[in-house]
Design a protein. Sequence first.
Length: 68
Amino acid sequence: MLKEIEAFTIICDNCGADVNEPCDYAFWNDASYVEDIREDAGWIKLDDKHYCTDCFEYNDNDELTLLT
């Protein structure tokens, strides 16, 4: 039987990387859990957008800078 399910992942809004790329799993069935995965991976959420660790840095004044 083929059954459709709802699944979640997070994609970087800048480069398109998937937070699950280094994991054994491609998605999760719980949206709040994938946010925990994002935090553990060091990704940030800013204004409902997500950024991987390659797409942001903190400058000398400890201010967030998005890389494009």
